[in-house]
Design a protein around this ligand. Sequence first.
Ligand SMILES: O=C(O)CCC(=O)C(=O)O
Ligand SMILES: [Fe+2]
Length: 206
Amino acid sequence: MLSVLLQLPDADIVFYPSLLDEQESDRLLTQLTETIDWRQDWITIYGRSMPQPRLTAWYSNPGISYTYSGITMQPSPWTRTLLDLKAKAEAVSGVVFNSVLLNLYRDGNDSMGWHSDDEPELGQNPIIGSLSLGGTRRFMLRHRAEKGLKHQIELTSGSFLLMQGTTQHYWQHQIPKTKRPVPPRINLTFRVIDLSVRLTSELDTD
Ligand SMILES: O=C(O)CCC(=O)C(=O)O
Ligand SMILES: [Fe+2]
C-alpha cells in the first residue's frame, strides 16, 4: 500500500492516500450516514452553550467510555461494517484498536478546532488511525512550541492518516470551516484506549 511519511520534526505521521477505493468509500459514506447512532452534543464556550459543529458517535469494546471537552460518550457496540474497517486500519498500521470516534461534517460550516488528542487514557504516545470518507477537507497541523512550524494536507475520500509517537505532545491539528461548497464527510478516528489508566485515575479520585 502506497504511504507517505510526513517530514515533520517531533512527529510520526504516515499518510496512506487510498486505503479504500472510490466506490467502496462512497458506499460506506451512505451506509454509515444512515446507520450510525449520530448524536448532536452541546459545548460551552465562554459561558455560552452551542451545538458542537458536527455530529459524533463512539463505538468500542464493551465498557470503554470516552471523555473529552467535558463530554462523556457511552459506547455503542461494534457493528459488522465498523469491525471490517477496523481490520483494514489494523492491517496497514500493525496496531490493534479498541475504539473509534466518528465525526460527521455535514457541510463546510462543520469543523473541529485546534487540539491534540492527549487525554490520559490514550496513553503516553497516543496512536490514532484516521479514515476519511466523502468530501475532501483540509487537515491543518501546527507545532505547539515552534509557532512557525505548520503543515497541511487534504484528506481525500478513502485516505488513512496514522499519527503516533510524540505527535500529540508537540503538535495540534484542526479541520477548519470552509466557504467552498463541500459534500458531507465522515471521519473515523480509531483509537487505543488504555483501561488501566482509566482505572487508576478513578481510584485516585475516591
Ligand atoms: O476529521 C478529522 O480528520 C479529524 C478528527 C480529529 O481530529 C479527532 O477526532 O480527534
Ligand atoms: Fe484529533
